[in-house]
Design a protein around this ligand. Structure first.
Ligand code: ADP
Length: 306
């Protein structure tokens, strides 16, 4: 498989001494749909900035389709399109002109530039707005315009920084469909997101970053597989002593308060084992409930344990 992005021991210390990246290693295969997930300030935009040659790393290497981005800035620029978080086109420029200008920047001949501009404005539902000044567009439309602009030179890699932040749910879904279509036609996509649902719906592979370090790097499937475990909360009659539930032997159990504790039950675990154990300790179970266990929780628990 071809590697779209290869990152080796990447470090970035900003001029103010802040260590934003503390040795990142990451591989993204060609045609992948890859999520970079993490809280604010984790270092996502810094990674994106370095991949897209806007930020210079302090050390380490980044290759895009086998080329070192630091030494092949021009060739790398042709290989990717970026959709930044912030709207960064002129509010007074017309929609079609914004895409045409970008095509010109990449040296596309005028006829091809017009053809592509129409193609992507249509695909993103903006063709009717082509003669409007961009300030007339809604927030969602502005975001779609940035996607059209990023695709006009048909890059092999599309990088999106928080693509659907502030976009309403209906529009978000239609953007997801569009991105999936682009990915299926062969474009590698890497996105940063706060929306776990977004990563879950779109991405095949995922890296979770926190405080400049990768704390999880796996397939979405295996991450979700971990979620197939559930957390049960047991409320018991008598005051619990640590030894009463310590021998449960299942993956993890935690005391919540003197009369309740929680246990993570994996797919292959037998919950009866917990009941049997409690019986031997003469603990009377008053009730068992399921603690909600979503990707959010997994995310938070990974951040805590990393
Ligand atoms: P994210 O995109 O995950 O929110 P960033 O990559 O923007 O994170 O930021 C990572 C860290 O680096 C943050 O602590 C941020 O304040 C800091 N940082 C980002 N850009 C600069 C800069 N130009 N100068 C100094 N510190 C910066």
């Amino acid at each position: 498989m071809t590697s779209a992005i290869s990152i080796n021991d990447l470090r970035k210390t900003y001029a103010n001494g802040h260590e934003a990246l503390k040795g990142i290693n990451l591989e993204v295969q060609a045609r992948d749909f890859f999520a970079l997930l993490g809280p604010n300030g984790a270092g996502k935009s810094t990674i994106i900035g370095i991949i897209s040659t806007l930020v210079r790393q302090s050390s380490g290497t980044v290759s895009v389709f086998g080329r070192n981005v630091a030494t092949h800035v021009y060739e790398t620029k042709l290989d990717f399109g970026v959709v930044p978080q912030e709207v960064n086109f002129s509010p007074f420029e017309k929609v079609a002109d914004i895409v045409m200008t970008q095509a010109g920047y990449y040296g596309l001949p005028r006829a091809l530039a017009s053809e592509r501009t129409e193609k992507y404005l249509r695909k993103l539902g903006l063709w009717e707005k082509r003669d409007n000044r961009s300030r007339m567009l809604s927030g969602g439309m502005k975001r779609r315009l940035m996607i059209a602009r990023a695709l006009v030179h048909e890059p092999r890699l599309l990088i999106l920084d928080e693509p659907t932040a502030g976009v309403d749910i209906e529009l978000r879904r239609s953007m997801w469909e569009f991105l999936q279509e682009i990915n299926q036609s062969g474009t590698t996509i890497i996105l940063t997101t706060h929306y776990l649902e977004e990563a879950e719906n779109l991405c095949r592979n995922i890296a979770i970053i926190d405080e400049g370090r990768i704390i999880e790097n796996t397939s979405m499937k295996s991450l979700l597989g971990k979620l197939d475990s559930q957390t049960l909360v047991f409320d018991v009659q008598d005051e619990l002593q640590p030894e009463m539930f310590a021998g449960i032997g299942l993956a993890r159990s935690r005391l919540i308060d003197p009369h309740s504790f929680e246990v993570d039950i994996g797919r292959d675990d037998d919950v009866n084992h917990v009941f049997r154990h409690l019986e031997t300790k003469n603990v009377t179970v008053k009730g068992v409930r399921n603690k909600t266990n979503r990707l959010e929780q997994l995310f938070l628990s990974r951040l805590k344990s990393a």
